[in-house]
Design a protein around this ligand. Structure first.
Ligand code: NAD
Length: 519
């Protein structure tokens, strides 16, 4: 791994200030199978959110470097698309094994740069690994169709072909999982790929890129270009890039969807969320409290499938103390510390924003049930920590409700009936995930049927589909047609060619007619 990070290898890093003695290293781009120093004049610091230590620096890739990456990807595509699919799948089989071998190293880097607990970081890697497992048998989702005898002696069949150079733009919150939502599917389908990791925590993506090379991926099939908005604009505008897979916030997602679309690209844009849990009075008490606490405060609430709003049907009173006690019991600590449940937020700006939204809730009339502001974490006084926070009596017009908080904050609402709870969820702009907690099959079925949200959990707090399904957020949480991974992800990275063929025996050729002219 040391090659990627210059002098200081990730595995040799420590979590303390002592690693600063090596000084931050400059990340390289991966272009045409080579790790290249950037000639960038602008560099972005990658910091440890538990300490503010600068870990590495990310280049704002130059225009020439970017064009070089696309040129290499285009060239690699022309041969990669004709590599036999079992061989492309075998690269994914080898990649699986390498990711398993290096899970601890990847997780350590994620905790260092992103802040989540080591257990969550391992989960981040594992959920990505499952997509690599899916891609290892992806040919079945690339099958076409055939109808025999569309006219006498003529057959029509459709085949799925790769698009060309595709690109992925990633958020900070899942530094391994999100790149792995994209690149295994795109590449196994026969495309080449340009990956832009989050500038906030690019280390895991670089390690994965190196593992792809080790797994035998030919040079140029995967390229990594770093940077922020400028790199994203180049991805949207470059005529040789055919499709963009985006995961991130609403503003960036809408912008990329429109800008990429204007340039004729296919775009799948997975954006922000406000995932509601509906808690029915008959819900199993202990299981529901455990599920809510884990889904609202785990990963410091920085999950696009976090439960960030809870609607208590019949009122919150009977749940309040139990949930508060559970939340208070969670340990706020640096992610690598033993027993840590809630790590730091990604940046000081993020902490300030989350604290500001908590205050706005109080100012606008919400009841502060638990306040995680000002939490002290000994030894990590400069970390971006916010402890679990609960606001009750929240209303739809409050800022803490209609903005995505993306922190360990659960906003609580109350509804008299299930119908009213459903109306609340359906009126909110996002539609990523939701969960209902109940022991009534009829209530669960009604919820599943009437809720205008793309991923539904029934007594399951974070219903992220495994990769043989697809990640199907709806409404404000998704722009595009085909979602990520699974059969629909394979469709996103391929297009249909339809062939009509006449292989009639030679002595029948004289009577050949074009289809549609027979009548
Ligand atoms: P972000 O939108 O700030 O950044 C995502 C990517 O877009 C980064 O690579 C960044 O460089 C780029 N970017 C940001 N602003 C841009 C701009 N103005 N112009 C061009 N490019 C821009 O998101 P984030 O803060 O890294 O991630 C958190 C967000 O991601 C949350 O809103 C969360 O809900 C969302 N998310 C959604 C899903 C999903 O599947 N729907 C999954 C994970 C995260």
């Amino acid at each position: 791994r040391a090659r990627l990070f210059g002098a200081a290898s990730v595995s040799s890093r420590t979590f303390t200030a002592s690693s600063a003695q090596h000084g931050p290293s400059n990340l390289r781009n991966l272009i045409g199978g080579e790790l290249r120093e950037s000639q960038a004049t602008d560099w972005i610091d990658v910091t440890n959110p538990a300490t503010q230590e600068v870990i590495s620096r990310v280049p704002q890739t130059t225009a020439a470097e970017f064009d070089q990456a696309v040129e290499n990807a285009q060239e690699a595509f022309l041969s990669w698309r004709n590599v036999a699919i079992p061989q492309r799948q075998r690269v994914m089989f080898r990649l699986q094994e390498l990711i398993r071998q290096h899970t601890d190293e990847l997780a350590a880097n994620i905790t260092l740069e992103q802040g989540k607990t080591l257990a969550d970081a391992r989960g981040d890697v594992f959920r990505g690994l499952e997509v690599v497992e899916y891609a290892s048998g992806m040919a079945r989702d690339m099958m076409g169709e055939l109808v025999e005898n569309v006219a006498s002696g003529l057959d029509t069949y459709s085949i799925r072909q790769p698009l060309g150079v595709c690109a992925g733009i990633c958020p900070f919150n899942f530094p391994a999982m999100v790149p792995l939502w994209m690149l295994p599917v795109a590449i196994t389908a026969g495309n080449s790929f340009i990956l832009k990791p989050s500038e906030k925590d690019p280390g895991a993506a670089m390690m994965l890129a190196e593992l792809c090379l080790e797994a035998g991926l030919p040079k140029g099939v995967l390229n990594v270009v770093h940077g922020t908005n400028e790199t994203v604009n180049r991805i949207c505008d470059h005529p040789d890039i055919k499709a963009i897979s985006f995961v991130g916030s609403d503003g960036a997602g809408r912008y990329i969807y429109e800008r990429g679309g204007k340039h004729g690209k296919r775009v799948q844009s997975n954006m922000g969320a406000k995932n509601h849990a509906i808690v029915m009075p008959d819900a199993n008490r202990e299981a529901t409290i455990n599920a809510l606490a884990g889904a609202a405060f785990g990963a410091a609430g920085q999950r696009c499938m976090a439960i960030s709003a809870a609607v208590f049907v019949g009122g919150m009173d009977s749940w309040k103390q139990g949930l508060k006690a559970k939340a208070e019991g969670l340990k706020v600590a640096a992610g690598h510390e033993e027993g840590a449940d809630v790590g730091p937020l990604i940046s000081p700006e993020s902490k300030q924003r989350v604290e500001g939204l908590i205050q706005s809730g109080i100012d606008q009339g919400a009841e502060l049930v638990l306040d995680g502001r000002g939490v002290q974490v000994p030894g990590y006084e400069r970390g971006n920590f916010v402890g679990p926070t609960m606001l009750n009596k929240v209303k739809a017009d409050m800022d803490c409700y209609h903005q995505e908080i993306f922190g360990p904050v659960l906003v609580c609402l109350e509804a008299e009936t299930l119908d009213k709870a459903i109306a609340i969820v359906n009126a909110e702009q996002h539609g990523n995930g939701t969960a209902i907690f109940t022991q009534s099959g009829a209530a669960a079925r009604k919820y599943q049927n009437e809720i205008d949200v793309g991923m539904v959990g029934i007594n399951v707090p974070i219903p992220v589909p495994l990769p043989f399904f697809s990640f199907s957020g709806w409404r404000g949480s998704f722009a595009g047609d085909l979602p990520m991974y699974g059969k629909q992800g394979a469709a996103f990275f391929t297009r249909t060619k339809t062939v009509t063929a006449n292989w009639k025996a030679a002595d029948d050729q004289a009577g050949m007619r074009a289809p549609g002219l027979d009548s």
